[in-house]
Write a protein that binds this ligand. Structure first.
Ligand code: CMP
Length: 139
């Protein structure tokens, strides 16, 4: 059975380009409810910890660099089948492969500056959500 939460980040480039509103609008139109949300600027240590699973990947250093380059918006989203439906809504990691109408197709610039993050499993949605929010901060 699929869970009903996913976790998202609106990444630095999308924030600095003024896309918070348009991306939240897509999230709302996609039928998601915002359970928790805040804006913050990650420290290097926090970004390294959040992306720890990618530590051995060639793009890890670059990813941490980018994710600490400016403020981000983090949120927990609720909807039935949230992880899978949100991944459909955001589109492929590489915006050139993302389908028309998806968030990444409309707002991403590159694989690195790909506008948003979305959890890839129910387990990771819980882990990622609780990295940023305590139980008391989720509604
Ligand atoms: P995200 O969903 O945040 O999860 C890991 C991130 O690594 C991914 O989005 C991309 O922004 C980034 N990423 C994945 N593959 C590559 C790659 N080949 N080159 C650069 N960045 C990548």
């Amino acid at each position: 059975m699929s869970g009903n939460i996913t976790f998202t980040i609106i990444k630095p480039f999308a924030v600095s380009n003024g896309y918070i509103g348009p991306i939240l609008n897509k999230i709302h139109q996609g039928g998601f409810r915002i359970s928790a949300m805040r804006m913050l600027w990650l420290t290097r240590g926090e970004a390294e910890r959040f992306y720890e699973v990618h530590e051995e990947r060639p793009f890890y250093k670059d990813l941490v660099e980018f994710m600490t380059s400016g403020p981000i918006v983090v949120a927990i989203l609720k909807k039935e089948n949230a992880v899978e439906d949100y991944r459909k809504l955001i589109g492929a990691t590489d915006p050139e492969k993302a389908e028309e109408g998806t968030i990444r197709k409309e707002f991403a610039e590159s694989m690195r500056a790909n506008a948003v993050h979305g959890s890839d499993s129910d387990d990771n949605a819980k882990i990622e959500g609780s990295f940023f929010f305590s139980g008391l901060q989720q509604f």
